[in-house]
Design a protein around this ligand. Structure first.
Ligand SMILES: Cc1cc2nc3c(=O)[nH]c(=O)nc-3n(C[C@H](O)[C@H](O)[C@H](O)COP(=O)(O)OP(=O)(O)OC[C@H]3O[C@@H](n4cnc5c(N)ncnc54)[C@H](O)[C@@H]3O)c2cc1C
Length: 481
C-alpha cells in the first residue's frame, strides 16, 4: 500500500513538472487521448501509459528525460508506432510514459550537392523522401510503412525494407545523429561526414537500439542520385532454387542496379488479389512462386531493352514460366500493391502471426523447402503458411494465418519451430524488425553468453537506472547502487 502511494506521489510530481516544462496540452493523461499511443499498428499488442509526453524540441526532450531520472519514471520512445515487435508502446504496468517524437518534425537542411539532409526524428519517411525528390535526390529507405513510420523509429530499429540490396539498411544511410542520453545530456554527432575515424563511432550504438539507450532527436541522412529509368518485372517460377539461380543471373547482368528482388508465395499472391480492390495478377496463370524485380539507373533510357534481352534468355533457359514488365506507373504500383498488401488482405481472414528471419542466400531454398514440408502437416490444423520476402537479402517473412482465438496456443509452437530451423541454418531470428518484447526470449536464447554480457554491460553503462524502454531487447534489470 505504501509503495502504491509513493508511486502515485512521484508520478503526480513528474506529470506536474512535465506540464510546466513542455505545456499542459502536450502531456496527455486522459484515456481517450493516450489510446492511439498504447496499441501497435496491427492492434496485436496493448499497453497502458501513465502519460504520453509530446515535446517539440531537443531541449524539451532533454528536460523531460532529466525529470524522468529525478522521479525514476520509465520512458518509452515512440515515433510512428508501426514497429512489429512490441517495443514502441508501454507495457501493461501503467507506470511507463510514452515519449513521442511526433512534434519534432522539421527538415533542418537539405544539401543536394553534398548529398545529405538533416531531419528531426518525427519526420514521416514518405515526407522526407518527397522533399529529397524535390531536390532531385533519393532517400532510398522504402517499405510498406513509409506513410506512417518516422525517421527516428526507422533509425532506432535499423529498418530494412525494399531497397536494402542496393543501398543497405538504415545504418548505411545515417551520416550523423543527435541523441538525448539517459541522463538528459545532448550528444551531438550530427556532422554529415563520410569519413571521420576519430575513435569509436558512437552514433552506431543508437542505430538499432530500439529506444533502450536514449532518444534520437535528429539525423543527418545520406542521399543518392535519383534514378531516371526504372524497369519493374514480374516473373512466375516453379521452385525456390530458381529464385536463387535468377538472382545470380540478374546480379551478373545488372550488378548494383538491382534495387529489389522479392519472392512471393502463390497463396499470398492469390489472397492479396482476392482481398484487395482493383488488383490483377500480372501474369495470366497461377504459379507456385513469383518474383518481383526492379532495376534502375540514372540514364534516361536503354535499360528496358537490356532487361528484355535478359528475360528472353531466362525464358529460353526455362528458368521462369511467364513474365511481365510493368508498362506504366500504374502497373508498377499494382505489382507492388500485391507485394505490400499481402498482410493487410490476409488479416481479413484471421490472425497473422508474423516472423522475420534471415539466412544466407544459398540457404533460402533449404528454408523454403523445409517450410513446404511443414506446411503439409499444418494444413489439416487450419494453419496457412504464407512466405514472402527480400530474397536478395536472404530475408524471409513467414506469415502464419491462424484462427483469431488460436494466438496463445500456437504462438510459441510455430515460432519456436521456425526459429530452430533458422538457427540450424545459421541464420537470424530477426532480420529487420528488431527484438522488442516479442522476440526477447527467441533472441536471448540464441545469443552467446559473451554477446549478452557485453550488451547488458553497455545498457547499464549508458542507462544505469533503466529509464529507457526497460524489458525491450534485454530483460529489465537496474545497476546495483
Ligand atoms: C505495413 C508495415 C510494413 C512494414 N515493412 C517493414 C519493412 O519492410 N522493413 C522493416 O524493417 N520494417 C518494416 N515494418 C516495421 C516498422 O515500420 C519499422 O520497424 C519502422 O522502422 C518503425 O518506425 P516507427 O517510426 O513506426 O517506430 P516506432 O514503432 O514508433 O518505434 C519502434 C522502436 O523504435 C524506438 N524508437 C522510436 N522512436 C525513437 C527515437 N526517436 N529514439 C529512440 N528510439 C525510438 C521505439 O521505442 C521502438 O522500440 C513494417 C511495418 C508495417 C506496419
Amino acid at each position: 500500500m505504501a509503495d502504491f502511494t509513493f508511486l502515485n506521489i512521484k508520478a503526480d510530481h513528474f506529470i506536474a513538472e512535465c506540464k510546466a516544462a513542455i505545456g499542459e496540452a502536450y502531456v496527455l493523461t486522459e484515456a481517450s487521448a493516450k489510446a492511439r499511443f498504447e496499441h501497435d499498428f496491427w492492434n496485436q499488442y496493448q499497453g497502458m501509459a501513465l502519460a504520453v509526453l509530446r515535446p517539440d524540441s531537443v531541449q524539451e526532450v532533454s528536460t523531460v528525460v532529466q525529470l524522468a531520472v529525478k522521479h525514476g519514471i520509465s520512458l518509452v520512445p515512440q515515433a510512428g508506432n508501426t514497429g512489429l515487435v512490441n517495443g514502441g508502446i508501454p507495457d501493461q504496468s501503467g507506470v511507463q510514459c510514452v515519449l513521442s517524437v511526433e512534434r519534432l518534425n522539421t527538415i533542418r537542411h537539405v544539401d543536394p550537392a553534398g548529398d545529405f539532409m538533416v531531419v528531426e526524428a518525427g519526420c514521416i519517411l514518405d515526407h522526407l523522401r518527397n522533399v529529397a525528390a524535390e531536390h532531385n535526390r533519393l532517400f532510398p529507405l522504402a517499405m510498406g510503412s513509409s506513410g506512417s513510420s518516422r525517421i527516428g523509429g526507422n533509425i532506432a530499429t535499423n529498418a530494412g525494407g525494399l531497397n536494402v540490396l542496393r543501398y543497405g539498411m538504415m545504418r548505411d544511410l545515417v551520416l550523423g545523429l543527435e541523441v538525448v542520453l539517459p541522463n538528459g545530456e545532448i550528444l551531438d554527432c550530427l556532422k554529415p561526414l563520410r569519413k571521420d575515424n576519430t575513435g569509436y563511432d558512437l552514433k552506431q550504438l543508437f542505430i538499432g537500439s530500439e529506444g533502450t539507450l536514449g532518444v534520437i532527436t535528429a539525423a543527418a541522412l545520406r542521399l543518392v542520385a535519383a534514378p531516371r529509368e526504372r524497369v519493374t518485372v514480374w516473373l512466375s517460377i516453379q521452385t525456390p532454387e530458381q529464385a536463387v539461380v535468377l538472382f545470380k543471373k540478374f546480379r551478373d547482368e545488372f550488378g548494383e542496379l538491382i534495387s529489389a528482388f522479392e519472392l512471393l508465395g502463390s497463396d499470398g499472391v492469390e489472397i492479396a488479389i482476392q482481398g484487395l480492390q482493383n488488383l490483377l495478377r500480372p501474369v495470366s496463370e497461377e504459379a507456385p512462386w513469383h518474383l518481383l524485380v526492379e532495376v534502375a539507373w540514372t540514364f534516361h533510357e536503354g535499360l528496358r531493352s537490356k532487361v528484355e534481352t535478359v528475360l528472353e534468355t531466362i525464358l529460353g533457359e526455362h528458368l521462369c514460366t511467364d513474365g511481365a514488365i510493368a508498362e506504366s506507373e500504374a502497373q508498377r504500383a499494382m505489382m507492388w500493391r500485391i507485394r505490400e498488401g499481402q498482410s493487410e488482405s490476409a488479416s481479413k481472414l484471421g490472425y497473422i502471426l508474423r516472423s522475420d528471419v534471415a539466412v544466407a542466400i544459398a540457404n533460402v531454398p533449404a528454408l523454403l523447402n523445409w517450410l513446404e514440408t511443414w506446411k503439409v502437416k499444418l494444413t489439416p490444423r487450419n494453419i496457412r503458411v504464407l512466405p514472402f520476402g527480400h530474397v536478395g537479402d536472404g530475408n524471409l517473412h513467414v506469415n502464419f494465418l491462424i484462427a483469431k482465438n488460436q494466438f496463445a496456443n500456437l504462438h510459441d509452437e510455430l515460432l519456436d519451430t521456425l526459429h530452430d530451423e533458422v538457427a540450424r541454418l545459421d541464420g537470424s531470428v530477426s532480420a529487420e524488425h528488431g527484438v522488442g518484447r516479442e522476440k526477447l526470449k527467441a533472441v536471448t536464447q540464441r545469443k552467446s553468453a559473451t554477446e549478452l554480457t557485453l550488451s547488458r554491460n553497455l545498457k547499464v553503462l549508458l542507462d544505469p537506472q533503466s529509464i529507457f524502454n526497460p524489458g525491450v531487447i534485454l530483460e529489465n534489470h537496474k545497476a546495483k547502487s
